[in-house]
Design a protein around this ligand. Structure first.
Ligand SMILES: Nc1ncnc2c1ncn2[C@@H]1O[C@H](COP(=O)(O)OP(=O)(O)OP(=O)(O)O)[C@@H](O)[C@H]1O
Ligand SMILES: [Mg+2]
Length: 292
């Protein structure tokens, strides 16, 4: 196990953005995206990190980018520190294994969410009013049931605060019809490919979120893909319709936080050792099933 990295410090590099999980540095028309061991829940970053989380996330994304070649162009150039720019070399110890060198794009500010199974907020909404993100669905679906076909349910990427679900029509108004159609097609294809592959390795991908950017007018898949941070991963052998599922993602942390009297505003509470270790174990399980 390597030391927990909560923040990277690379003073020779220009820091573009310290996100909830990743530190992003500029390198001309490229970016260096370093996944730290930070964990966020309810959009709040927790004070403690999860050992090896950043490295596992980066390996999982790199693994998928490699397997998704041909579906849609993606931003990953290399995760090999030898390929990183000269001014990043002094920071190899910090960056190696957790960092992707990528093409910089103009991000499209829509989260492309694809849902294969009914769970989470989609399940709550369906139970109350028979819809998911405003779309009417057949009656009688049970919790965690597979949708007949995957649903595309976009959300805005809010700079501040929580992302908000929007309808596909609203997405059309925001980015246009052609781009919307292209993003739906790419997202659903990526989800279906990923889900089929993960299933063979014992993981159900219940839902996930993709981000895209534009380079010279062409779409490019960016950010992380099909990780336990951007998706819900369920163990296939425990899957049962009609109840909630154990998961390999941060649901364990959310469940713990829901037992506290915490208003979900920063600062987040310190996570006890059992929660940190339980979460690390879940990420590792997912990583090993997929890549191990
Ligand atoms: N190739 C790329 N081009 C431009 N931006 C990118 C690219 N890949 C990822 N990003 C952006 O880099 C950031 C990664 O950091 P991180 O996801 O930790 O931030 P965050 O706090 O989740 O913020 P956000 O809500 O914007 O995702 C995100 O804002 C993501 O949209
Ligand atoms: Mg993000």
């Amino acid at each position: 196990m390597s030391a927990i990295v909560l923040e990277t410090h690379c003073p020779n590099l220009k820091l573009r953005h310290r996100g909830k999980v990743r530190d992003v540095y500029e390198d001309g028309d490229r970016l260096l995206i370093a996944a730290t061991d930070r964990i966020s829940a309810f959009d709040v970053v927790m004070p403690n990190g999860i050992p090896d989380k950043g490295k596992m996330l980066t390996s999982i994304s790199a693994f998928w980018f490699d397997r998704m070649d041909g579906v849609v162009p993606h931003h990953l150039i290399s995760t090999n520190a030898d390929d990183f720019p000269q001014n990043a070399q002094p920071y190899r110890d910090q960056l190696e294994g957790r960092t992707m060198l990528v093409r910089k794009t103009n991000r499209i500010d829509v989260e492309c969410v694809v849902r294969g199974y009914i769970t989470g907020s989609a399940w709550s909404e369906y139970r109350k009013q028979g819809t998911v993100c405003g779309e009417k669905l057949p009656a009688g679906l049970r919790e965690s049931e597979k949708f007949p076909t995957p649903l595309f349910t976009p959300a805005t990427k809010a700079d501040e605060g929580h992302d908000e679900n929007i309808s596909i029509d609203t997405m059309r108004e925001l980015v246009g019809d052609d781009l919307t159609d292209e993003l739906i097609e790419a997202s659903v294809t990526l989800y279906e490919r990923g889900a089929a592959f993960a299933r063979e390795r014992g993981i159900l991908i219940a839902d996930t979120k993709f981000e895209f950017g534009l380079v010279d007018g062409e779409i490019m898949l960016i950010d992380e893909i099909l990780t336990p941070d951007s998706s819900r991963f369920w163990p296939l052998d425990e899957y049962e319709v009609g109840r909630s599922q154990r998961s390999f993602d941060k649901q364990f942390v959310r469940d713990y936080l829901n037992t506290l009297d915490w208003n979900k505003q920063p600062p987040g509470p310190e996570l006890p050792t059992e929660v940190v270790e339980g979460t690390a174990r879940r990420y590792r399980e997912a990583y090993e099933l997929l890549i191990g």
